[in-house]
Design a protein around this ligand. Structure first.
Ligand code: IVH
Length: 669
């Protein structure tokens, strides 16, 4: 094809794909079958490859994910991305209404919007083209995630007008996509995302846009950054204008003429929230009229003209159908509640851990009881209490067994422990769990070898301990269900690659009591070889700051066992690395950014758990403490950081965001 002709064809394909995409992602009403869209997309990609100079930054082909970045660049929000005050009940909403009417001197109209549980982003358009997308960060400084946002199908790359505009909204992962993603992760033995919000945040924080592209993210836009500047009279008109430009706004938004109407709207969503295909955690109520908004103004953190009503944690009543037992890798026998399936905050719940026998007694649970369940924190289902007034007399008491449900050896209760344990070292359930732990992410991190595959290998008698993993052969694996040539090869490659892991992974993977991944790293850094750890005495161990007597005892006892020594010799024979490969202990601490510094973590972190963040600080040589004082050197502030951040600013303490921390830590490894 000639260049001129290609130029015309490219424009035609881009317009067509944009139209198809808009109908599919924004309006949710596809114009053509998926295959036709894919075909046109391939045609576009091919032509762009043929004529690279005709590539444009807003071509729909960018949706499949451009080139990976080395790091995210910081973005200053000229108009800060504020957060909202919270309301937890009707009274809080009435109080808000009273304050608003005092400020405006007259009754007002409120725009009610679903509070999408995702991640706030800002999208900047110049002459109608999407030029930059950023996270909220701490509200003034975010990160440039343009490439990832371009992969979100419902974010227009070109607007219907050549407008210069910045809009804000919430990126989220629909529940179905979240479930599919976690299913896939489980199959591959990877860590699961706790909830759709974390999954969305994790996807946007990937440097490789192809990952975000594969995650099926979506967006609802809820504000124009500078609606006053545009002369729009009300928030509802802003939303209409955004829709006209081609943005996806939420169809459930409702303009209410009184607080009573707002409360009806709020209550109507308490039940209906489960019918949505995405998660919401409340309702945002905004004064509609822009002049009224101006009368009310802002506090230092949030507008006085809006409030977020937060839903209470959902509780449901269901039947406790039975109590089953599981045996952990250390032999602890844990009772689990088997529940009649119930929908709770967007997912189906049928199990909850009951921790131990004492808890069952404390809550006075009987099999057949009606119980109240809710999700603790974000996703872990929990039995809150029994409704004993609903008992029929048919309910049965639960007795912990005297023998192990897996190997039938007698269970024992160790001193000072509530838990019952199986102490048979050959107990199959324990061996299985030990292997699941051995291959897990913080241990040997063997891709493709998750819980399901381990159980499959076990049930086919292909493995019974760690050494067997390294003796697996192609011929025996290929016989298994769901194992094709490719997956067998990948699995064998991943197992082979794990032999080169640095010592701390193996050490953690062994599952020595009280030795977590952090202690394993400390031990590996300090002793450098497995040989030295094996021969270390109690004194050598407690000489290390982070190792206490209890852990030292456990380590020495572990390496005293003849079968452990046999296991380690065999693993060595099989070619597993037994040496530490990470940065040297002292060097890491001296030249790293936080060496000797005192750090406070505050606010909601998006991609890290508190524990991970703390570990990163420690890896960088710092120490984490709880409160901000003059002695604090750095405050790491996540979303919605509160008084600690204010105090840090007051004291002039250096403030980092989550990205600064992960960046600093990634320079270490
Ligand atoms: S308005 C200045 N509208 O909730 C007010 N926020 O603390 C800006 N959110 O960080 C927020 N849905 O990420 C607004 N319809 C909605 C929202 C919404 C979700 C999030 C947003 C913000 C947080 C409020």
């Amino acid at each position: 094809m000639e260049r001129d002709q290609a130029h015309i064809k490219l424009e035609e394909l881009r317009n067509l794909l944009e139209k198809y995409g808009y109908h599919y992602y924004v309006l949710d009403k596809p114009l053509v079958p998926d295959a036709e869209y894919d075909e046109k997309m391939q045609e576009l990609i091919k032509l762009e490859e043929e004529f690279p100079d005709l590539q444009t930054a807003d071509s729909p082909s960018i949706r499949i994910g451009g080139a990976p970045l080395d790091a995210f660049v910081k973005v200053q929000h000229e108009i800060p991305m504020m957060s909202l005050g919270n309301a937890f009940n009707e009274q809080d909403l009435h109080d808000f209404d009273r304050r608003v009417q005092q400020g405006t001197g007259e009754p007002v109209e409120y725009m009610c919007e679903l509070k999408i549980d995702g991640l706030a982003v800002s999208l900047l358009y110049e002459k109608g083209s999407f030029v930059r997308g950023a996270t909220r960060g701490d509200g003034t400084t975010g990160e440039d995630i343009t490439n990832n946002l371009k992969t979100v199908g419902s974010i227009p790359l070109r607007l219907n007008k050549k407008a210069d505009i910045e809009v804000r909204g919430e990126v989220f992962m629909p529940e179905r996509s979240f479930e599919n993603l976690n299913e896939e992760k489980e199959k591959n033995g990877e860590m699961l995302f706790a909830n759709p919000r974390n999954a969305a945040a994790g996807s946007l924080r990937q440097l490789d846009p192809k990952i975000a592209a594969s995650r099926n993210l979506d967006i609802f836009l809820y504000a124009i950054a500078d609606d006053k500047g545009l002369g729009l009279p009300s928030h509802s008109k802003s939303l209409e204008y955004m829709k006209e430009l081609g943005f996806k706004t939420n169809p459930e938004n409702r303009l209410c003429t009184s607080m009573d109407e707002v409360i009806d709207y709020v209550n109507s969503w308490l039940d209906r929230r489960n019918d949505l295909s995405y998660e919401i955690d409340g309702i945002v109520v905004k004064v509609d009229d822009i002049d009224h908004q101006e009368d009310l103004g802002f506090t230092s953190k949030s507008p006085r003209w809006a409030i977020a009503y937060k839903f209470p944690a959902e509780e449901k009543v269901t039947t406790l159908e039975g109590i089953t037992l599981s045996v952990g890798r250390t032999g602890v026998v844990t009772p689990n509640a088997q529940l009649k399936e119930v929908q709770l905050a967007g997912t189906t719940v049928k199990r909850a851990t009951l921790h131990n026998e004492d808890l069952i007694r404390e809550k006075d649970l009987k099999i057949g009881d009606q119980v109240v369940v809710k999700k603790a924190g974000d996703i872990i289902p929990k039995v809150v209490r029994v409704l004993d007034e609903l008992r029929t007399g048919e309910e049965k008491d639960f007795q912990m067994p005297e023998t192990c449900p897996s190997c039938e050896s007698r269970l024992v209760r160790l001193e000072d422990e509530v838990a019952l344990r199986c102490i048979n070292p050959h107990c199959p359930a324990q061996l299985q769990e030990a292997l699941i732990h051995f291959v897990s992410r913080n241990a040997m991190n063997i891709d493709g070898l998750g819980e399901k595959v381990i159980l499959q290998l076990f049930s086919h008698d292909l493995i019974s301990n760690m050494t067997d993993l390294y003796k697996l052969e192609r011929e025996e694996l290929i016989e298994l269900e769901r194992m094709g040539e490719k997956s067998v090869q990948n699995l064998l490659d991943a197992i082979e690659a794990s032999k080169q892991n640095s010592l701390e992974r193996l050490l953690f993977g062994l599952g020595i009591r009280f030795v977590g991944s952090k202690a394993a790293r400390t031990l590996a850094e300090y002793f450098e070889t497995m040989e030295k750890i094996r021969s270390a005495g109690i004194e050598d161990l407690i000489a290390i700051n982070e190792i206490g007597e209890k852990m030292a005892d456990s380590i020495v006892n572990y390496f005293d066992q003849p079968e452990v020594n046999k296991l380690l010799d065999e693993l060595k024979e099989l070619g597993l690395n037994m040496e530490y490969k990470g940065p040297k202990r002292k060097e890491a601490a001296e030249d790293s950014l936080l060496s000797g510094k005192t750090v406070v973590l505050t606010g909601r972190l998006e991609t890290l758990s508190r524990k991970e963040a703390k570990e990163m600080v420690e890896m960088l040589g710092g120490k984490v403490t709880g409160s901000v004082s003059k002695k604090t050197d750095v405050v790491v502030a996540g979303e919605e950081a509160g008084s600690k951040l204010d105090k840090a600013r007051e004291l002039g303490i250096e403030v980092w965001n989550e990205g600064n921390l992960t960046e600093a830590a990634s320079s270490l490894t």
